[in-house]
Structure formats: C-alpha cells, structure tokens
Design a protein around this ligand. Structure first.
Ligand code: FAD
Length: 597
C-alpha cells in the first residue's frame, strides 16, 4: 500500500509538455527556478509518503464523527495538519502580500497531485481553503482581506464552500438561505448540506463562504449573494471572539473519503437568543454566484487533479500486487508466474498507466494556461490563455475524474478477489474516486459547460484555436521516423478528424433541437479529453525520442514511447465512437416519453 510520487514523470511533463520553464520566466513567477521546483517536489514527496499516506487507510476505517457537537477527526489527522500547514504547504500558490509563496499554480498542481494520491480525504481541507482564499482575494473588501487572508494562507484557519441545500444541488437558483442586513454585517439563516470539512478542531477558526439571498433579492441565480461567515468572530485586534451561530449538526455516512467530515451546517436555529450567524458580504449584492465561480473554477481544476492522483495511487498498488501475486503459467517462463506476465494483466496495467499519464498532462496543461492567463505581459496573450483555461477546466474536471473511475476499477480487477477486500487498499481508491465525478459540478454539468458556454456561446473561437494547434502538431508527428511514430501519427490524424468533424457538428447542429447539445455533451467532452490526452502522449513520445536519438538508453524514455504507442493503439480509437455518438442527435433519448422508462 505504499505510495511514492512519480517524480521523474512529473518533471518530464512539467518541462517537456507544459512549458514550466516558460512559466517560470513570466513576471511574478521568477522565483520558480528549476532548483527550487525540484526541491519543492522532492520535499513534498517526503510529506506525502511519510505523513499523509500512512493515514490514508486508518483514516478511512476510523472516519470522522460528531461528538458533543464537535467533529472528531481520525487519529493523527490533527498532527498531520499542524505539520502540513506549519511547513508552508498551504501557501505555495498564495499571494505573497498575505504570507504566501506566490509560486506558479503549476507547481501547486503537481504538488497537490501527490497529496491526492497519498490521502485525498485529508487534502480536501487545504483544497477548499485555497479556493476560499482565491475568492476572498478576488472579491473581498480590503478590510476582509486584512482580517482573514493571512491566517487562511498560513493554514491557521481553514475555509469551506457552502452552496448546496437539500432542494438546491446542481440548480443553485433554488437556494433559500437568507441574509438580512444588520449594521455593518448581515444575519445568515438557513441550512446547507454536504459541506466538506464544514467543521473540525484541526484549525483555530473556519471561514465559511456561504451563498444566501437578501430579503428583496430577485428570484433565481441573479438574487444570490456571497457571505463570509467565520466560525469564531474576529475581534478588532485580530484575536478570536465569540462563537458564531454556524454549527455542524450532523455528518453524512458516505461511500468513501470517510476521514473528510461532510457536514450538515446550520446557520442560526441553534437555540441562541439571537438567531442567525453574523456574515460579511463578499463582492456585490446579488452577484454571489459569479464570485463563487472564482472559487469553483480552481476547485474544478483541483478535483480533476484528485482524479489524477487517485489514478496514480491505484496504478502503483496494482503494479506492486501484479508483481507479487503468483497464478498460472505463461509462455517463456518455467513454473508459476507472477500475474504481471499474463497478457491481459499487462493490458490492464498499460491501460491504467497510459490513461493516468494522459490525464496528468492535461491537468498540468490547464494549470500552465492558468499561470499564463495571470502573468503574461501582453493583454491579448493573457486573454487567449484565459480562453484556453476556460475551455480546459470542464475537460480536466470531467475527463480526468471519469478516467479515475476506469483506472481505479481496473486496479481492483488486477487484484482479483483481493481487490474486493478492504485491506489491500485498492478498494478505497475506487470508493474515494466515486465522488470526484459528482461534486464541484457533475460530469453532465461539466460537459454542458464545455459544449454550451465554452463552445457554442464562444462561437467555437477557443475550440478552433486549440484544433489549430493540434493540426500544427500533426505535421510535427508526421515528420518523425520509425514504426512507433507511424502508428502514433495515423491514430492521431484519425482522432483529429473525429474532433474536427464533431466540432463542426456541434457548431452547426448543436442548437438544431432543444436537446441536441445536451445529448451530445458528455460524448463530446470524453472525445476532447481522449484526443487531448493523445496529443500530450504523442508530444511526450517525440520528446523522449529526442533523448533516445541523442544516445540515452534510459528505460524511462523507452517507456514514454511504448506507452504513447499503446495509448494510440488502444485508447485513441475511442475518439471515433465518441464522434459517432456526438453526431447522432437526441432523438433516441428524447422522443421516448418519460413513462416508458
Ligand atoms: C461528499 C460530498 C461532498 C460535497 N462537498 C460540498 C461542499 O463542500 N460544498 C457544497 O456546497 N456542496 C458540496 N457537495 C454537494 C455537491 O456539489 C452536489 O451533490 C452536486 O453538485 C450535485 O448536486 P445534487 O447532489 O443535488 O444532484 P442533482 O443536482 O440532483 O443531480 C442529479 C443528477 O441529475 C443531473 N442533472 C441535474 N441537473 C441537470 C442539468 N441541468 N442538466 C443535466 N443534468 C442534470 C446531474 O448531472 C446528476 O447526474 C458535496 C457532495 C458530496 C456527496
């Protein structure tokens, strides 16, 4: 059940595929020298291996629970959190003016992949805190920033995201929580469900970002405002004051991430004289959803990286088991063999490896675009990069987490019956992964965002720019020599055709009937993820071949070419079936009356 970060692979992706060096030259990113990035990755690996991974299984068994109104986290979590935050791991990408390290998000993204592999339930706490910092930094008043950000950046205080209510899940227009103005603040009343790390004792204070409605707010999403609601009120001198009326009243029993307390939060209604929690407006009244999207966008990228981290963890366990477990005979071997010698087990391991590498590269690619969108000098370039990251976010969130379902499930399959037994640890990866396609917007919602806002509303501008880059790369690929590249190039061209045909269909026919785009959306998102994954794998093969041609005999580079070829042969053909499904239309689904189901 051990985990070790694939440092060589991570550095290869950073340097060869997603322009780490270019990002490090951008104004404001200069501190990210190759030596520093190297040191950060090495040290992060130690924390992942020595501190977080050992708590993964025990945290799953023990879980968090509510006792006397307080959330009790599993043994070791509070100590791990103390070490984690005091060592500065919360603040890699956070603004220097509030004590953060101000390093590129790309570095944070690679590091957080390790945390997710090692212990996703734990990592949700810093993940949400970082998102809350981002939202307050972007939309909070100077006073709010001064009071809250430094302690959140250091990890002394943590953050949460309070959107969901029983009747308002995907559909946030149904939010009922109320905010009533009172002097310089608001009184927040209502109940939120499914709030991740909504309460705990690991940090001194918790800063809730809560969506609620003002008394005269317009109906629907245009009447939602965002409020900062601290667990403990903060005195003028910065010390902690009275307990605010924001309490976890129960914890959910879940399929996975048992150590992460998923709370029902009650704002008000806790038997106090003065009913309701004190909150402060973040951003403008009735513009809360837009402000919350600042947090949700980064959180969506981060959840995509959860998928990558879980896939990597599952792959590592599966390889370890496949090398140990002896069953049957295989050609070319005397006596019983380890199951890794069976072709079908190899198929599963290669599928896991190829999909994990592809999803990592797509996640890092989006992080790189995010940094460029923030730090490039030219405004036009920044805008183009923002368009790119906007297009990639639903793909990273949607595809990388769907891939994690496939990869973690294959991990169980590699283990045979022991995969179904908890003590091997692989089942936990599969259970933990299951939530990643649901929270922060389900796969259906990501796919709808990709095809709707990011493609149709954009009139295909961002998508066509991306396709242009794929077309350029097709030429690079065709110029490579050798059988491996002949195959990779052929499959790449076929998948590019699937993408261009489908993009044309979406832009021309996506609005033809009310359901055309909705019916096509998930297949379109899966098509894009698979094709972009193939692009990154092929790009990696070209870079690896360069090293091999220059005389390197490193197996790492040979594996990069083999894995890219495996992806081209075994995964890329999926693009054709996705393309057919995209261009099929909604008839078979929507012409049937609901009562026939
Ligand atoms: C463990 C866990 C942790 C969570 N953490 C948080 C948190 O910290 N903060 C927070 O606010 N929330 C949190 N959530 C809530 C989570 O974000 C929601 O569960 C999620 O957004 C889906 O909403 P829902 O459960 O109401 O499902 P529903 O909205 O009821 O969706 C059910 C199904 O219908 C589909 N569907 C719904 N509407 C549409 C549509 N318009 N188009 C196409 N398909 C649609 C969905 O894709 C889904 O398949 C958490 C949930 C869980 C389980």
């Amino acid at each position: 059940m051990s985990y070790e970060a694939p440092l060589k692979e991570m550095k290869f992706v950073l340097n060869e595929l997603v322009d780490m060096n270019e990002v490090a030259q951008l104004p404001g990113c200069e501190d990210a020298t190759p030596d520093l990035v190297d040191a950060i990755l090495t040290e992060a690996n130690k924390v992942a291996v020595d501190v977080l991974a050992p708590l993964r299984h025990s945290g799953d068994i023990e879980g968090s629970h509510l006792k006397d109104g307080k959330v009790v986290t599993p043994n070791g979590f509070a100590e791990a959190y103390k070490l984690f935050s005091e060592s500065g791991w919360m603040s890699i990408n956070q603004p220097a003016e509030f004590g953060g390290q101000g390093l590129p998000y790309l570095v944070d993204c690679a590091v957080s992949e390790m945390w997710h592999s090692a212990n996703m339930a734990f990592t949700l706490c810093p993940l949400l805190t970082n998102g809350a910092v981002e939202a307050i930094y972007a939309h909070g008043t100077d006073a709010l920033k001064q009071i809250y950000l430094e302690n959140m950046v250091s990890g002394k205080w943590t953050g949460t995201m309070n959107l969901t209510e029983p009747q308002a899940g995907t559909d946030l227009s149904a939010i009922r929580a109320k905010a009533t103005p009172e002097g310089d603040h608001y009184i927040i009343q209502g109940q939120k469900i499914f709030i991740t790390w909504g309460d705990h004792e690991m940090a001194e204070n918790i800063v809730h970002l809560v969506l609620a409605r003002l008394p005269d707010a317009p109906a629907g999403v245009k009447g939602i405002s965002l409020f900062l609601v601290p667990k403990y009120l903060v005195n003028e001198d910065g010390s902690l004051g009275e307990r605010n009326d924001a309490h976890a009243i129960s914890l959910e029993h879940k399929m996975g991430i048992h150590a992460s307390p998923t709370c029902v939060m009650s704002f008000g209604g806790n038997g106090k004289d003065k009913d309701g929690a004190i909150g402060y407006l973040v951003g403008e009244e009735n513009n809360g959803l837009a402000c919350m999207f600042t947090m949700m966008n980064l959180a969506r990228l981060a959840v995509g990286m959860e998928g990558v981290g879980l896939s990597e963890g599952a792959y590592q366990i599966a390889v370890e088991y496949a090398k140990e477990r002896k069953q049957g005979y295989a050609s070319g071997h005397e006596g019983k063999v380890a199951i890794i010698e069976h072709a079908d087990v190899r198929r599963m391991l290669m599928q896991m490896r190829a999909l994990t590498e592809a999803s990592r590269a797509i996640g890092y690619m989006a992080a790189s675009a995010h940094d460029k969108a923030h730090h490039e000098v030219e405004e036009e370039v920044r805008k183009a990069q923002q368009k790119r990251v906007d297009l990639l976010i639903p793909i990273v969130k949607g595809w990388c987490t769907e891939i994690a379902q496939e990869v973690t499930s294959l991990g169980v399959q590699v283990h045979g019956g022991m995969g179904f037994i908890e003590e091997t640890g692989i089942a936990q990866y599969m259970r933990d992964a299951r939530i990643t396609t649901i929270y922060e917007g389900t796969t259906g919602i990501q796919a709808g965002d990709l095809i709707g806002r990011k493609t149709l509303k954009d009139k295909g501008e961002g998508l066509l720019a991306l396709i242009g880059e794929l077309q350029q790369f097709e030429e690079t690929l065709k110029a490579q020599s050798g059988e491996d590249f002949e195959i990779i190039a052929t499959r790449f061209s076929a998948s590019l055709k699937a993408v261009t045909d489908s993009a044309r269909w979406v832009l021309e026919k996506g609005m033809e009937t009310p359901h055309s785009a909705g019916a096509a959306s998930v297949n379109f998102m899966m098509l894009m993820g698979t094709a972009l994954g193939g692009w990154m794998m092929a790009k990696g093969a070209v870079a690896a071949k360069r090293e091999l041609d220059a005389g390197s005999s490193d197996d790492f580079y040979k594996m990069k070419v083999s894995t890219a070829r495996f992806y081209a042969e075994n995964i890329m053909p999926r693009t054709q079936s996705y393309a057919v499904a995209v261009q099929t239309g909604a008839g078979t689904m929507m012409d049937i009356p609901a009562e026939n189901f």
